[in-house]
Ligand binder design. Sequence first.
Ligand SMILES: [Zn+2]
Length: 377
Amino acid sequence: MREFQRCTRCVMDTTDSKITFDENGVCDHCRNFDKNIAPYWKPNENRYDELEKLSAKIREAGKNSEYDCILGLSGGADSSYLAYIAKEIMHLRILAFVVDTGWNLNVAVENIEKIVKGLDLDMYTEVINWKEMADLQLSFFKAGISSQDFPQDHAIFAALYNYAVKHKIKYVLTGSNSATEFIRPPVEWLYMNDLKMAKDIHRKFGKRELKTFPMCGMLTYKIYYRYFKGMRRAYPLDYVVYNKTEAEDLLHERYGWTRYENKHYENVFTRFFEGYYLPHKFGFDTRKNVASNQILAGTLSREDALKRLEQPPYDPDQMLQDKEYVAKKLGITTEEFDAIIEGPNHVPADYKNSMWMIKLGVAVSKMLGMENRNLRI
Ligand SMILES: [Zn+2]
């Protein structure tokens, strides 16, 4: 085991096993930020001219369709603010796409309703077959790997992309942005969208055929949809000042939108997964990369971040309640769930996977200058 060390500038540490430090104890995420991101990063500049050019391109691509673009609305700050920008600043014809994975908290559902109504958007909701979702999620827990976020994330992503292609909507707007996300959680914490691994895990541990569960493999999405169906992604939040607190205030004042206590905590499953499973079983705490991003962006002091990390990720009583809730919803007892959680830890390499393709994809993206973040896999 490597001796514990924490970056002297951000709060990433050796729970990211591939982290390296220079002689001042500064980590490679921070060095990558200085070298590849900071010189091009314009967080205090609204680039409306460029945004207008992007809007014109999106409108042109959508002129023969009912909608110019589609965006996944989760009720969280990023996607809600994105919807606001797309409608009020870019004046696009938007389809708000909502995926019901069975885990959304009321606050998320209410936020979605407020944004859709406030911005007068058309909305489509795809409800994932719950039995299939539960079977895949339980399979992932039994597989003992860290990335329990896969079944939900994949369902949300695949449902949206498949729908867009089917309905000839060319542009997907995403709430990803470089203002809050220069440090991604390390791949060993949250592995990537690897359908091959998911299928292998489901084949080993699943009990029910996945008949309607939305799927979209990497080649389909990166090659077929992109080059044969003309699908594009756009990142409008990169063109505007995106101060999360101010954005949340605006959404609240205009539409009655409600803030969550933590990023991603709009969803019981994600709260349990990031707040308990990941730190408890693997020692991975996604608050570290979130806080480190804020430190590099200058919106949080390292001292306050460390104070935040001293607190448990979430209230222990709430955690127990969530654990019972998750177990019950997945159709097992809390004791059975505990036994599965305490089982051996595994990594994606223990299953069939597409790691080589992901590595190649990242290498090519870096070569073409499309990926400046420090993804080391
Ligand atoms: Zn650092």
